[in-house]
Design a protein around this ligand. Structure first.
Ligand SMILES: Nc1ncnc2c1ncn2[C@@H]1O[C@H](COP(=O)(O)OP(=O)(O)OP(=O)(O)O)[C@@H](O)[C@H]1O
Ligand SMILES: [Mg+2]
Length: 387
């Protein structure tokens, strides 16, 4: 499973610039990187100077980098809104915790974005996925969804028992069950996203901010809410630091900025701070992105062996898949047995992770029934029959 690097912070502080630079730097160092953005304004395309779409597009000029702009609106599965539309008015009055708008709203679109992200994270092709998150204070509201869905699913069962004829009128007899199954699958996937986001060997958050009081306060709040969900925050980029120039106005600004940085340092002493200066032009195109990457991470170099390797951000990465004779090993942190399945078709073995299938790269045709699967310490070991 790939590494996931998330960049978050308030509007306009430089999330796209720092995440895109990081992705370019990592790809330049030899990793296979997918840069994902959920910003409907397509700023990642603008930043790279390359038109991206909702499927991975190779970025010209950076070998190993693909970009993807999510369209969460388009991805909200049919079942979820249908379910809410139909059940909302019936259930809303009964339970103050569960009114119709609550059911649709608490982070469903973000959940869909993260669910899509998970699909790519599970794809053994990628080494690192860099996610430029949307500038909302609620990016992580969706983490509470599994519990909401649980409550919701109970209501549906109750309704099945209570409403008899009405149910048949509304759903036909089987549709309610089908919706419940859909919800259960979705709930499991969100739970899995939550497990993955909380694993420091997979996920790291980088907060991005500017050296102003408001920026610092916002960062402290964001850090608090990430800590509440036990999400690993590894660093903070302080972007747009005023450069050292000989002018009173500049000196005063720099003095204030230094105080704000100091205040951030003293309130969040464990956070690694990286400063990036304000440049004399916007940051667009590969050349400026590469120079920001150097400023942020230095020269990133990777050792190219099998198994885990380190990248310049103090992170250790497992390549998605590696092989060891007749064994194929997949690094799948946070996976539980029940989320896995194995199947083969025309000699290709597929691993299903939360109902999504990925072909296992193996040199010979094989059947799933002949493959021995063992999950241990987050590594799924598939032993293929000898030739
Ligand atoms: N250090 C810098 N020096 C000069 N310009 C910068 C710097 N960092 C970012 N910019 C410019 O500032 C603008 C906003 O940056 P960016 O798009 O990265 O912010 P963002 O946090 O992604 O914004 P949004 O919240 O809208 O997604 C861009 O035009 C970018 O080129
Ligand atoms: Mg942006």
């Amino acid at each position: 499973m790939a590494r996931l690097l998330l960049f978050g912070g308030k509007g306009g502080v430089g999330k796209t610039t720092t995440s895109t630079s990081t992705a370019v730097g990592l790809a330049d160092s030899g990793l296979k990187v997918l840069l994902v953005s959920s910003d409907p304004a397509h700023s990642t395309s603008d930043s790279l100077g390359v038109q991206l779409s909702s499927s991975p597009t190779e970025v010209e000029g950076v070998s190993g980098l693909w970009g993807l702009e999510l369209d969460p609106e388009a991805r909200i599965s049919d079942h979820i809104p249908k379910l809410t539309d139909t059940l909302g008015p019936l259930m809303g009055g009964e339970d103050p915790d569960l009114n119709a708008s609550e059911m649709v709203l608490p982070g469903l679109d973000e959940a869909m974005a993260f669910d899509e992200l998970l699909k790519h994270l599970e794809n053994p092709d990628w080494d690192v996925i860099v996610f430029d998150t949307a500038p909302t204070g609620h990016t992580l509201r969706f983490l509470a969804l599994p519990e909401i869905i649980e409550k919701w699913a109970d209501k549906i069962i109750k309704m099945h028992r209570l409403t008899g004829g009405l149910r048949a009128m509304m759903f036909g007899s089987k549709d309610g069950e089908k919706m419940r199954d859909e919800l259960e699958k979705f709930r499991r996937r969100v739970l899995h996203v939550r497990r993955i986001l909380c694993k420091p060997d997979v996920t790291r958050f980088t907060l991005v901010t500017i050296p102003e009081k408001m920026g610092v306060n916002e960062t402290i709040r964001a850090h608090e809410s990430l800590a509440e969900f036990k999400l690993p925050v590894s660093g903070c980029v302080i972007n747009r630091m005023t450069p050292d120039l000989d002018h009173d106005f500049i000196r005063t600004r720099r003095k204030n900025e230094a105080l704000n940085v100091k205040s951030l340092e003293s309130q969040l002493p464990d956070l690694h701070l990286h400063e990036v200066e304000l440049k004399d032009t916007d940051i667009h195109g590969l050349e400026s992105l590469r120079s920001i990457s150097k400023e942020l991470h230095g020269e990133i170099s990777i050792s190219n062996g099998l198994g885990p390797f380190s990248i310049g951000l103090g992170l250790e990465v497992h390549r998605g898949t590696w092989s060891d004779g007749d064994d194929v090993l997949l690094h799948l942190p946070g996976i539980v047995r029940d989320d896995l399945s194995l199947r083969s078709e025309s000699g290709v073995v597929y691993v299903g992770i939360n109902s999504r299938e990925h072909p296992v790269p193996f040199s010979r045709p094989a059947k799933a029934s002949e493959v021995n699967a063992k999950l241990e310490n987050d590594v799924l070991k598939l032993t293929f029959p000898p030739e």
